[in-house]
Design a protein around this ligand. Structure first.
Ligand SMILES: Nc1ncnc2c1ncn2[C@@H]1O[C@H](COP(=O)(O)OP(=O)(O)OP(=O)(O)O)[C@@H](O)[C@H]1O
Length: 790
């Protein structure tokens, strides 16, 4: 018995032994298996990938060291310490100023990373973040400086005079937007396409980043307060630092000028420029002046509202500048004319000169104002320029990469590119987006090589990592574009963007576009942009971020009434708008699914779109909604940004948007290209705090309408009929969404209570149970009102 079982064991072990031996076989002939059951090629590719990753890691470290060193040198130079250090240390000096001692270098690095707000520049490899030293609580609050208040008031008066001028200018049909640039245009100078030939001096100053030249020039210009004007006198041109400072100054003027990036130069970038107070006798009665200041401040808001009101009538989108005035290919101009694009929009007029010049730019313009064309034209020019140099290359390089946050947006931009490429036979564009088969992408790339790729970050990284030869093609990249840049630089996408930026050449032009650019994004934009990039802002600090012709209102009602209200508002709108086209935004995919089923049951012509739907379905619905009238699209945030559905008459947002920016983008699906539109925000009473986040936007709080009893009953009957699994999924999704919102998610007991109220509103009495793991992850285990699955 024993010997037979031994025999059986041995016979089992034999195949394993043989497979191990096969690894040791000499090279040549016959199939071989490698550890993990990989074949030879998979094994080889795995090793190549690992080697690439290692190389990338090393490069990254080296890059960081280099950049840190460079920053230290700049800092040392600006503080004048370098020469002393050079004298102290025996090491050689570069260009007249020596490197810092290692001690100073470490101190400088610490300064730079410990600066408040530098967390975004922190890298995993840099080690843990420590908070900046806090101000001691015992520090007495600074006394109110009455003199400063009076001086501030004078500045306020100046601002007001400036504003009334600009408002007059707007009556004069002139747009106001600002370009914050490292290089400034001279008074009366023309944009590139208007100049016969650029002077040598100009091209010298633009070539490369001359540390000394640029910094000194910027300093001189900022210090002297030089404001230069281009041919487009309506552009106010400011250095980026001016702009940053202005942002900081909103709450009251600070007599300081910041130079270079605060995060990069530590304290050395702060120049103190004292305002000289006027002698006392000149100042008159302080008390009276202070009272006037108060009055001024009170009036200021109403004055701005007035200006906005007038602006609403005056805002025009198209400028007098025509596309054929700018130096783009005649073939593109023909295509533009075919698409009936003759005059430029404001953002195109402002951004094209900068982008065509080859400068890095961060561009902010309202939703629906033609940003896509503003970056696609330079994209085509970049390909044309690159093609002349790459005619004989065996592999066709990818010259332009456009990154978008959503698949629908990528498809739309590729379609728009094709419109502009109508007469360019040799140039192609392709999309790389999730939700399609990877193999199909590969086939398309091989059979139909293209120079322009429009991609979502995840799928692009798949190709970089897994498609042999793709990274090599990316080495020909000349222009990187981030559409909806603030979203792409958000935490959700940032890591992917960092990886993509690491996979493309450093010598490239980068353009970032969005309708919203929060301050924090301006800081991290340096992940992609060069330091001397240009900031083109067609909205301006005093401007409103939303289209002026869109009427915005807000209803506050308890959850139980939300679905009834949505139905009522839709009915009303349909009655008054024969060609209605409505988008209803919900907080999550599953809440969207619930809303869709409800409205469908209420016999509305409704479609649904969210991330849980297959890509083919999403594309079909997107196309149908674009082409149709008298239709309602219920959607999650997949449709919030960039997608251009023409003639949307109403946007309803149910529940709080994830951020102010998201509110603006969702609203921007209506009122495109200067058209009129309507936006309604529907909040529960406890969500009303969001109104502070959208402070400054012209949203009017509206009275709740009387709800018809029959209609109420109808909605309740429909809710009753909805499948319990849809309701359950909606509850779970709702809980997840609000848990992730800081203001609500931090008080778990309250969250559970609110979730129960939502539960009632969708017709469930008892909240559905959560998986133990999910509850743990969400920090909801053991919270009253949260049920856990047994
Ligand atoms: N010069 C032009 N003349 C007329 N129409 C234009 C012009 N440029 C763009 N458009 C139209 O403007 C509409 C909006 O353009 P686009 O989608 O590029 O806006 P956007 O600024 O990118 O909006 P969002 O911020 O929502 O992404 C499109 O329908 C486009 O066809």
């Amino acid at each position: 018995m024993a010997s037979s079982s031994l025999l059986r064991e041995r016979s089992k072990a034999l195949p394993k032994l043989l497979s191990r031996l096969s690894l040791l076989r000499p090279m040549g002939g016959g199939p071989r298996t490698f550890p993990g059951g990989l074949n030879k090629w998979q094994y080889k590719r795995m090793h190549e990938k690992m080697a690439r990753q290692k190389e990338r890691r090393l490069l990254q470290q080296e890059k960081q060291l280099y950049q840190a060193r460079l920053r230290s040198e700049i800092r040392a130079k600006l503080s004048g310490k370098a020469s002393r250090d050079a004298a102290d240390s025996s090491s050689s000096s570069i260009g007249g100023y020596g490197p810092m001692s290692s001690k100073d270098h470490i101190k400088a690095l610490a300064d730079r990373f410990m600066k408040q707000g530098a967390e975004d520049l922190w890298n995993e490899d840099d080690g843990p973040i420590r908070s900046a030293p806090q101000k001691r609580p015992t520090d007495p609050a600074p006394p109110i400086d009455l003199r400063k208040l009076v001086i501030d008031r004078r500045n306020l008066m100046e601002d007001r005079v400036g504003e009334s001028r600009s408002s007059l200018a707007s009556f004069d049909q002139r747009r106001q937007y600002s370009i914050a640039a490292g290089r400034k245009l001279r008074p009366g100078s023309k944009p590139r396409w208007k100049q016969n030939s650029s002077s040598e001096e100009d091209s010298d100053s633009e070539s490369g980043f001359n540390l000394e030249g640029d910094a000194t020039k910027m300093y001189r210009e900022t210090k002297l307060g030089v404001k230069k004007h281009s041919r487009f006198s309506r552009f106010s041109i400011r250095s980026e630092e001016d702009f940053e400072e202005e942002l900081d100054e909103v709450g009251g003027r600070i007599a300081r000028k910041k130079m270079m990036s605060g995060a990069a130069l530590g304290n050395y970038d702060v120049k103190t420029e004292r305002r000289v107070p006027r002698p006392v006798e000149e100042r008159g009665n302080f008390a009276k002046e202070i009272e006037e200041i108060r009055c001024e401040l009170r009036n200021r808001d109403s004055y701005r509202n007035d200006a906005r009101h007038h602006g609403a009538q005056e805002e025009t989108l198209l400028t007098k500048t025509r596309f054929d005035e700018c130096s783009i290919s005649p073939l593109t101009i023909r295509a533009l004319a075919d698409a009936r694009y003759v005059q430029m929009t404001v953002v195109q007029e402002a951004a094209l000169p900068v982008c065509l010049e080859g400068k890095d730019a961060l561009v902010k313009a309202k939703t629906g104002t033609g940003k896509s064309v503003a970056f696609l034209l330079p994209a085509i020019e970049a390909v044309l320029k690159a093609t002349t140099n790459t005619l004989n290359q065996r592999v066709l390089p990818i010259n332009v990469l456009v990154l978008c946050p959503t698949r629908e947006l990528a498809i739309q931009i590729a379609a728009e590119t094709n419109v502009l490429l109508k007469y360019h036979d040799g140039i192609g564009v392709q999309t790389l987006i999730g939700g399609t088969r990877f193999k199909l992408d590969q086939k398309r790339l091989d059979s139909n090589p293209c120079q322009i790729i429009v991609a979502t970050p995840g799928r692009l990284l798949d190709h970089i990592d897994n498609k042999s030869g793709f990274s090599a093609r990316l080495m020909g990249l000349k222009l990187l574009i981030l559409d909806e840049a603030d979203h792409l630089l958000d935490l959700g996408f940032r890591k992917d963007i960092e990886k993509i930026v690491d996979s493309v050449p450093r010598q490239r032009q980068s353009l970032l576009f969005s309708a919203t650019i929060p301050k924090e994004v301006r800081r991290v934009s340096q992940l992609v942009l060069k330091k001397d990039h240009v900031f083109v802002d067609t909205v301006g600090l005093a401007g409103v971020d939303t289209p002026i012709k869109v009427l915005q209102s807000c209803f506050v009602a308890s959850h139980e009434l939300h679905f009834h209200l949505v139905y009522h508002l839709l009915k009303e709108h349909i009655m008054h708008e024969p060609d209605y086209k409505v988008i209803v935004f919900c907080t999550t995919a599953m809440v969207t699914a619930f809303m869709y089923v409800l409205l469908r049951d209420l016999k509305m012509n409704v479609r649904e779109m969210h991330s849980r739907k297959p890509q083919l379905y999403r594309s079909r619905i997107s196309e149908e909604f674009r082409e149709s009238k008298n239709i309602i699209l219920v959607t999650s945030d997949v449709s919030a940004r960039g997608v251009n559905y023409p003639d949307v008459t109403l946007v309803i947002q149910v529940g709080i948007p994830s951020a102010r920016e998201q509110y603006i983008h969702r609203l921007g699906r209506t009122g495109r290209v200067g058209k009129a539109g309507k936006g309604i925000l529907l909040l529960a009473p406890w969500e009303e705090y969001f109104m502070d986040d959208v402070n400054g936007l012209p949203i009017e709080k509206s009275q709740l309408p009387e709800l018809d009893l029959d209609m109420k009953q109808k909605v309740e009957d429909s809710i009753e009929k909805i499948d319990p699994s849809i309701k359950e999924a909606a509850y779970h999704a709702w809980l997840g969404y609000y848990n992730s919102i800081h203001e609500i998610g931090r008080d778990k007991t309250m969250l559970a209570d609110l979730a129960n109220r939502f539960c009632h509103s969708i017709g469930i009495d008892k909240p559905p149970a959560l998986f133990r793991k999910t509850a743990l992850k969400m920090g909801l285990k053991g919270i009253a009102g949260i049920r856990i699955r047994k």
